[in-house]
Structures are given as structure tokens and as C-alpha cells.
Design a protein around this ligand. Structure first.
Ligand SMILES: [Cu+2]
Ligand SMILES: [Zn+2]
Length: 183
């Protein structure tokens, strides 16, 4: 298993960490894209580097999941999912399996035959930054309800999701995690 972070990427993460600490944690998005929920994503290694935020906002056809993660290996592709438990303990094993309130198989997020927590793979650009932007019809960004993602977790994996293998797309180790909380 390839390590997520190269030496230079660790440096980038450290820089991002210091930038993060000077950035307000709430209310940092413009009014027109105000989310209801957010997750602050940190690596599961000892550095617990803050690599970005993922936001959730209700839109007409579901919930838009968006944000940027940095400190990744340039050009590498990673799986990212919503997992069922709002815990990142034990290197994110505490997050449990993929969020799956409708009893579906793991699958391509563009198919209804997928976990509600399944999201498309993301690929880092030359600067090690990857964007997340996907709308799922079957989740809610409210604070309650069976399909609400509140107090669940977003998990970034060390490898890509093949969208086929059960139960989690052969995505590799859990590399970073954030509990989904109020924005
Ligand atoms: Cu996952
Ligand atoms: Zn899944």
C-alpha cells in the first residue's frame, strides 16, 4: 500500500495546517452557497494535519457535497465516502461502514444502486489539491432523519474506489477523516 503523503506533501500539509489555524472555522463561505453542515478533515496519522473542509448544502435535487482537500499526492486518485458513524477514532475505523440507510450494495455514486454515502473518486492536481463537488439525491443535510448525514463522518482513503468491490470498493486504508457537524 502506497503511503498517502510524500515528504513534500507532508510539508504542504503543515503549511495548510498553519493557514487553517488562522482561518475562521465558521461562516467562511459566501452567502449564496451557505451550507448547513461541514466536516473539518484531518489525517489519521500522528500529525492529524488539517487538509481541508467538506460542506453540505441542500439543493433542489438533493444535497451538494463540496469542498477542497490539500496535501495530497499530485495526480493521485482517492476514494471519499460518507461513513455511518460520527467518529474518527482508531485511524477512522470508528467511522464504521459506508452510510447506507436504504440497504443498497456499494456502487457507482451515479447509480441509485449505491450506498447513500458513496461519492465519486477525487484526483489531486499538480499542487496536491483535489475538489469535491457532487450532489446526492438520497441524503439530507438536516439535523435529523434516517438519511441525514449530520454526525456521520467523511472519510478519505489512500486508494481509489473501483465502484464494484463489496462492501467498500477496495479503496485502501483510511487516510483522513472528519465528523460532519453544524456549519
Ligand atoms: Cu470510505
Ligand atoms: Zn459504499
Amino acid at each position: 500500500m502506497k503511503n498517502l503523503f510524500t515528504a513534500s506533501a507532508v510539508l504542504a500539509s503543515a503549511l495548510a495546517l498553519s493557514a487553517c489555524q488562522s482561518t475562521p472555522t465558521k461562516g467562511d463561505l459566501p452567502q449564496e452557497v451557505q451550507p448547513t453542515l461541514e466536516a473539518q478533515v484531518q489525517t489519521v496519522d500522528v500529525s492529524q494535519a488539517h487538509i481541508g473542509k467538506i460542506y453540505f448544502r441542500p439543493v433542489s435535487n438533493g444535497v451538494q457535497v463540496f469542498g477542497k482537500l490539500n496535501g495530497l499526492n499530485p495526480g493521485s486518485t482517492y476514494a471519499i465516502h460518507i461513513h455511518e458513524n460520527g467518529s474518527c477514532s482508531s485511524k477512522a475505523q470508528g467511522a464504521g461502514g459506508h452510510f447506507n440507510p436504504f440497504g443498497k450494495p456499494h456502487g457507482n455514486p451515479n447509480s441509485p444502486e449505491s450506498h447513500a454515502g458513496d461519492l465519486p473518486n477525487i484526483t489531486a492536481d499538480a499542487n496536491g489539491v483535489a475538489s469535491v463537488n457532487f450532489t446526492r439525491r438520497d441524503i439530507s443535510a438536516d439535523k435529523q432523519g434516517a438519511n441525514s448525514v449530520y454526525k456521520r463522518a467523511i472519510v478519505l482513503h489512500a486508494g481509489a474506489d473501483d465502484y464494484v468491490s463489496q462492501p467498500s470498493g477496495n479503496s485502501g486504508d483510511r487516510a483522513a477523516c472528519g465528523v460532519i457537524d453544524a456549519y
